[in-house]
Design a protein around this ligand. Structure first.
Ligand SMILES: CCCC/C=C/CC(=O)SCCNC(=O)CCNC(=O)[C@H](O)C(C)(C)COP(=O)(O)OP(=O)(O)OC[C@H]1O[C@@H](n2cnc3c(N)ncnc32)[C@H](O)[C@@H]1OP(=O)(O)O
Length: 391
């Protein structure tokens, strides 16, 4: 009988589903046929292999944990080492099930797989395709009217977390906006969040080793932030909800920041084993003083919209009920002002800092590249990924 083996991850972030499918295939072939519910269980295992869409790391960890609990009972393996990221996340997911009976785990596994089954997947896929047809949407939607180019973070199911592709999309959107006919460019988010910052699975789902992922991240981040430093037109953030991480630090490079009173501003860099980016190590002390900047960037203090306004990070706070209407009405009026005059005035305000900002950006990216490889950061990312498996 093929034993269920505990395989060290070949590289720090293989796709969990690939590893999971391989291990299930190994065990499935060797298992003798057992009771009818075991048959449902094995059918469910086959269904997992037929999934067209990656169900996401959280679901894969849950599937793995339920599979192990149903076949081997409570977690009986030694905890993997801190750098054995994938197996550590899997161990934690399995261990979190405690003494859940095998039959219950088996039933939960079958139920979870049936919720991912091709029929339900097709309906959600159909819905997604329908959405794409209606909105023509990607994760970044760009529109231009009334003299305003609007760059919308459109990934509400993930709180508008920014993927590597979205970074590239935004760089291109800013490049196009810098020369289009609009007078002002504005950023905002779809759904209840403005943006929950960098997608924390960017590094765990990247192909290649962790060094390669960190190096790529630093290159992308540097180009991304430079596109904000060099943007020639008035750049306005319309913060419609909570903002986290890079979506907050970037605000120091915007020309105006209008926030709903339900917005919050959070930079949990120390919690994530990371360090400040988007020139915030310079702009935040300059805007709010070093003590307030320390509270945000080192201690991760989350600010309300009014606190962010009091510290100079937000230009004006609006009641949620009138936020969209008031802000866009105002920006449409501003967009009617002579565009060349606004562009030239912005250049006068920003030109003395540009070279310095580019140098600060480069240093922050180098620092972050090292942080992303640190044990503190790797642990924090794995904790984030496996946090729901513990529920
Ligand atoms: C390459 C350039 C790198 C630049 C580096 C920048 C640094 C940063 O930006 S650091 C900040 C990173 N962001 C975070 O730490 C926020 C992490 N997310 C959360 O803490 C919570 O999700 C939330 C407080 C934002 C919302 O919590 P809530 O309970 O309301 O909703 P959730 O169920 O947690 O989220 C819904 C859904 O969205 C996924 N998600 C949310 N934020 C992120 C994210 N930053 N990265 C990846 N995925 C995120 C979350 O996992 C949920 O997905 P599932 O429904 O599939 O579980």
């Amino acid at each position: 009988m093929a034993a269920m083996t505990w395989r060290p991850a070949r590289c720090w972030c293989p796709s969990l589903l690939q590893v999971f499918r391989f291990q299930v295939a190994q065990v499935h072939l060797g298992r003798p046929t057992m009771r009818a519910s075991q048959q449902d269980f094995e059918n469910a295992m086959n269904q997992v292999k037929l999934l067209k869409k990656d169900p996401g790391n959280q679901v894969k960890l849950k599937l793995y944990a339920l599979y192990k609990q149903a076949t081997d009972g409570p977690c009986n393996m030694p905890k993997p080492g801190v750098f054995d990221l994938v197996n550590k996340a899997k161990w934690e997911a399995w261990n979190a099930l405690g003494s859940l009976p095998k039959e219950t785990a088996r039933q939960n596994y079958v139920d979870l797989v049936s919720s991912l089954s091709p029929s339900s997947e097709a309906s959600s896929q159909g819905k997604h395709e329908a959405d794409e047809k209606v909105q023509g949407s990607k994760d970044i939607v760009v529109t231009s009217e009334d003299g305003i180019t609007k760059i919308v973070l459109n990934r509400p199911t993930k709180k508008n977390a920014i993927t590597f592709q979205m970074y590239q999309d935004i760089i291109l959107a800013l490049k196009n906006a810098s020369t289009d006919s609009s007078a002002i460019t504005a950023f905002t988010g779809t759904g209840d969040y403005y943006c929950s910052g960098n997608d924390l699975t960017n590094f765990t789902s990247a192909s290649g080793g962790k060094e390669e992922a960190a190096s790529r991240g630093a290159v992308v981040l540097r180009e991304f932030v430079n596109s904000f430093i060099d943007f020639p037109k008035p750049l306005v953030a319309v913060v419609n909800g909570p903002a986290v991480g890079i979506s907050v630090t970037l605000l120091g490079l915007f020309d105006a920041v209008y926030a709903s009173d339900k917005a919050t501003f959070h930079t949990p860099f120390s919690h994530l084993g990371q360090s400040p980016e988007a020139c915030s190590s310079y702009t935040f002390p300059k805007i709010m003083g070093s003590a307030k900047a320390t509270e945000m960037l080192l201690f991760g203090k989350k600010l309300t919209a009014r606190e962010a306004w009091a510290q100079g990070l937000v230009t004006e706070v609006f009641p949620e009920s009138t936020f969209e209407n008031e802000v866009w009405t105002r920006l449409k009026a501003y967009a009617k002002l002579p565009p060349n005059s606004m562009r030239i005035s912005k250049e006068l305000i920003r030109k003395n800092e540009k070279e310095k900002l580019h140098a600060i950006n480069a240093e922050e990216c180098t620092t972050l590249q090292a942080r992303w490889l640190s044990e503190e950061c790797i642990n924090a990312l794995m904790n984030f990924m496996s946090r729901k498996a513990k529920l």
